[in-house]
Design a binder for this molecule. Structure first.
Ligand SMILES: *[C@@H]1O[C@H](CO)[C@@H](O)[C@H](O)[C@H]1NC(C)=O
Ligand SMILES: *[C@@H]1O[C@H](CO)[C@@H](O)[C@H](O)[C@H]1NC(C)=O
Length: 302
């Protein structure tokens, strides 16, 4: 049916003599076509001139330099089967584009009765893909005055996503100097990589952060995460306390070893009453304790 009306179309054209039939000439409305994934798109292959009644029409897909048939012997084949159709005169309509359709497409028309009996046209199709929810990393707690980096990334979006950061649902301006509210903040945003870097974190930088990945096909956000800012380095203090405690224990063990009996055996040497007495009297009986190691032991227990 398609080829019948196609023929009628060309007969009419030749009859009216609008186009001198030197040969087949193709034209397209767009050589570079963008489509959104899961939406239809039509690649146009218009026949400007032809005098052959029944030209042979073929479409090929060229991906990474390898051609494959899309329309061949009057039917759709390959991975576009059931997803595309030919529209007069030779347009290719893809009903539900997929990201794998991003490729070059070549429309080829062979008209054996024409003087110039072959023409082809190359169209490049790029399918936009929406970003997925980005993976975000926000430090739980940072110390005032230190540097800090928040990261955000997703790899599905095409073209590659651009990133924006929000704090307490308010967008951080690309340049903090451009806003009175953020003027004292020391951050920089890399909208290509998704990084948000603070050179020196301030108390005011604390808050709930989330990031948005966006391209021409859509956008997606990660859930907000809280970043707390502390005046002092609590982790550092904890580590110092731990180190001090470890040092103390090492010194104690050293002292115990220095004495021939060792701490535990010397504890057994003393009677239970003596031991209890020193503990009850809160170390007041230091003068009564004649042995240095005993004194150490009692003070350690208290
Ligand atoms: C398009 O294809 C996707 C899978 O590739 C499918 O989930 C979706 O339902 C299709 N949409 C239409 C309108 O056919
Ligand atoms: C920024 O710092 C200046 C000088 O320290 C101060 O006067 C101003 O109030 C600060 N602005 C904000 C928004 O914190």
């Amino acid at each position: 049916m398609a080829s019948k009306s196609l023929t009628a179309f060309f007969i009419l054209y030749s009859f009216l003599g609008y186009i001198p039939s030197f040969g087949v000439i193709l034209r397209t409305t767009d050589k570079i076509v963008w489509a959104n994934e899961f939406q239809p798109i039509e690649l146009t292959c218009l026949i400007e001139s032809i005098s052959t009644n029944n030209p042979r029409i073929e479409w090929k897909k060229i991906k990474n330099g390898i051609p494959s048939y899309v329309y061949f012997q009057n039917k759709i084949s390959g991975d576009l089967e059931h997803r595309a159709q030919l529209i007069q005169p030779a347009n290719l309509l893809i009903l539900n584009t997929s990201r794998s359709d991003t490729a070059e497409y070549r429309c080829e028309v062979a008209a054996i009765d024409d003087h110039k009996h072959f023409d082809e046209i190359l169209i490049s199709l790029a399918v936009r893909v929406k970003p997925v929810v980005p993976r975000c990393s926000v430090p739980l707690a940072v110390t005032v005055g230190t540097s800090s980096e928040l990261r955000c990334l997703e790899n599905e979006g095409f073209p590659a996503s651009q990133y924006r950061w929000f704090r307490n649902n308010e967008e951080l301006p690309q340049d903090p100097k451009s806003s009175l509210k953020f003027i004292n903040s020391t951050y920089t945003i890399n909208s290509d990589t998704g990084g948000l870097k603070f050179r020196r974190v301030r108390k005011e930088d604390a808050g709930e952060y989330f990031c948005q990945a966006k391209n021409d096909a859509g956008h997606a956000e990660c859930p907000a995460q809280l970043m707390e800012v502390y005046d002092v380095d609590i982790v550092g203090i904890f580590l110092k306390v731990l180190a001090a405690l470890a040092g103390f224990i090492i010194v104690m063990v050293g002292i115990c070893h220095a004495h021939k009996h060792g701490c535990f055996s010397s504890g057994k040497d003393h009677t239970g009453t003596n031991y209890k007495l020193s503990a009850q009297e809160n170390g007041v009986d230091y003068t009564e304790a004649d042995e240095g190691h005993f004194r150490h032991k009692s003070s350690f227990i208290i």
